[in-house]
Design a protein around this ligand. Sequence first.
Ligand code: LLP
Length: 393
Amino acid sequence: MSRDLFTYQNNELYFADAKLSDIPAIKNYQEPVLVYQKSLISERITWVKSWTKLKQLHFAMKSNYHPEILKLFKDAGCGLDVVSLGEIKHGLECGFKPSDFIFSGVAKTIPEIEFAIDNQIFQINVESPAELRRISDIASKKNKKVSVGLRVNPLIETPTHPYISTALKDSKFGIDLEAVPECLDIIKKNPLVEFKCLSFHIGSQILDPLVFKESVEKMKTYFLDLKKQFSTLTRFDVGGGLGIDYKSHDLIADFDRWNNLKAAYDESLKNFDADILSELGRFIVARSAVFICQVQYIKNKNMLVLDLGMNNNMRPSLYQAHHHFYNLKKNSSNQVNYSLVGPICESSDVFHRSFPLFETKEMDLLVMADCGAYVRSMASNYNLKNIAQEIFI
Ligand code: LLP
């Protein structure tokens, strides 16, 4: 059984149940626009929350920080995983409470840590002994308690792009296992620092559930050892990282992917007594948006020069990421391989070197799939191009 996110009916493209060409911003197209279907997010929040072992989902705000999207998570009772003072303040403005935040990131500054401690956020995930020393000093100076997680690097081989793997040797992320004892000494010396959580995040866009299972098994043993010394240690944060298949849009396959991961986790965590936290981002929001763009020129016969560029979606130029394209209208049954390039003055502003589309003309509209995660949140005004408007169906 399959359920395709994109279908053609009478040669018109539908995104979930919406006929894209009926949307006013597309009918009167001016410039690239990002179109969201919130129901696709709500559905996935429900999938994740149905995992009975999960104590709390802390959505990774870096993947998408649109207030309307954050509201879906807030209304579902989720927390946030944040990585800067900017993200904490934005989350607070969107109605989240200090007790909703896990604060991650490798270079937390003094003002950021002070703000987190003053506001008594739920947990700071520490990334190095040096950072923990700083947190401990600030807590002492303020005479305020702070809850910390130690984010360790479990050193797992992750089948993903090296730019989004975080469990490699010499990674800047997480505490090396050999450095954990140094952290434990700092914690033991300061009663204001409560060691609450063991945390790990092995990377992003990982599809194989067995990789997650391997990391959980390794960290579970480690957790149980630490727990003998620290009765405060009650939380086990498995990070985020579950990916989607950018080359296929079968929603049933996504559901199966989630269930396979859940089953792998459940098998590893049988009889394991801890509050399980998750920091998923991409898997929940990536499918929820499409970019609409226009072919400006056709060059060298098969090169489509678009008005949409890497400033609005950096992923292909940064990680050679694949984003599928569709014709908004199918004007021919003839398929042609095109290269698709953007308007930005960089040779890497290329989405595809060869991608099959139905025969396409200048000024035709195209649809780029899976733009809900790490697309708008990474956009820039480079070349003083506009950051695209976002609309919700
Ligand atoms: N937790 C931590 C500590 C993280 O660093 C990340 C992502 C997540 C959770 C969420 O991971 P997710 O479930 O979304 O895979 N810009 C890249 C992805 C960078 C991921 C950074 N960290 C991309 O476009 O593929």
